[in-house]
Design a protein around this ligand. Structure first.
Ligand SMILES: NC(=O)c1ccc[n+]([C@@H]2O[C@H](COP(=O)([O-])OP(=O)(O)OC[C@H]3O[C@@H](n4cnc5c(N)ncnc54)[C@H](OP(=O)(O)O)[C@@H]3O)[C@@H](O)[C@H]2O)c1
Length: 288
């Protein structure tokens, strides 16, 4: 990965930070983003020390707002003329219904709108590389149906089910993006990291689980107890594979599972109506 430039959102902790360490260890220049300066500076120090690579940079940005993403892109473009790999890693599992300053439901803003806006604003910068790759992280336990009439919890908000709905919506959107860019040099793929002990999973509350599995909450808590980044490291494998492997250099629109096996997208994602509906919806919302 020497001479490659990688941008990873939400890489100041959890899976994103472990991905940054792996890619930096392979020689890439890695730009990590997060919202909090102290967390960010601590993360940069650790990534540099472990990877023995000093080409690591922090850009502070909140990807839950379009203004935040625009600021991130402006700063990135002021320093770099091209981008080899964009990893849309930042994700949100909100524990209650909230809206962002753009008026979007918060899960929808971070998990769906942000990957689309960031990829779009960086398209020319990506195209300036030889074989640019865009990778976006999805969740587990994905629903087999998408609630097109509840994309922003207009009807109901249901903790982790809402999170999963936004992840499947993101997959429809990015799969459609992959189809639209098939003739370009950019590949767009999705990966599932598997469950890891991170801030996101440690912040899950019992009320976010579906009623039926709520009694399993203590077991869930045990599974995500702090482990010094061990499970997050394992969970970074699918992102690292999609970012580095020669095998996927020319492959677009695929799903990489937690065991780093390439799979077809789930059926719900490939249904033309779903992908086109979500594409139109998101483009319409973003362009006002
Ligand atoms: N952990 C799992 O078990 C699991 C399972 C399936 C999928 N995933 C997916 O994997 C990805 C990474 O998850 P994780 O568990 O590693 O999360 P995490 O530990 O909670 O990572 C959070 C990172 O994202 C940043 N961040 C959070 N909100 C942000 C925002 N609005 N704007 C910019 N940066 C933001 C945080 O920094 P600041 O707080 O400083 O902003 C931090 O760097 C997510 O897309 C998640 O959905 C995780």
């Amino acid at each position: 990965m020497t001479n490659k430039i990688v941008l990873i959102t939400g890489a100041t902790s959890g899976i994103g930070m472990q991905t940054a360490i792996s890619l930096a260890s392979l020689g890439a220049t890695v730009v990590v983003t997060g919202r909090n300066r102290q967390n960010g500076e601590d993360a940069i120090k650790e990534i540099k020390a472990i990877s023995k690579n000093n080409n690591i940079e922090l850009i502070l940005a909140d990807v839950s707002t379009i203004a935040g993403i625009e600021g991130l892109v402006t700063e990135f473009k002021s320093k770099y003329s091209h981008l080899d790999v964009l990893i849309n890693n930042a994700g949100l599992a909100a524990n209650e219904f909230k809206t962002t300053e753009d008026g979007f439901e918060a899960n929808f803003a971070v998990n769906v709108v942000a990957p689309y806006v960031l990829t779009t604003l960086l398209l020319e910068t990506l195209k300036a590389s030889k074989k640019p790759r865009v990778i976006t992280l999805t969740g587990g336990d994905l629903p087999s149906k998408i609630q097109l009439d509840n994309l922003q919890s207009e009807k109901s908000f249901n903790g982790l089910s809402t999170y999963s709905q936004t992840k499947i919506a993101m997959m429809c959107l990015m799969y459609e993006y992959a189809q639209k860019l098939k003739k370009s040099n950019i590949t767009i793929n999705i990966c599932y990291p598997g469950q890891a002990s991170t801030r996101m999973t440690q912040n899950v509350t019992a009320s976010m689980l579906p009623l039926l599995i709520r009694p399993m909450f203590p077991l869930f808590k045990m599974l995500v107890r702090p482990d010094n980044g061990k499970s997050a490291k394992k969970a970074s494998r699918s992102s690292v594979y999609l970012a580095t492997s020669k095998e996927v250099e020319n492959i677009t629109g695929v799903y990489c599972d937690k065991n780093v096996h390439l799979k077809a997208m789930p059926e719900v994602v490939t249904i033309d109506y779903n992908r086109k509906y979500i594409w139109e919806k998101v483009v319409g919302l973003v362009n006002g």
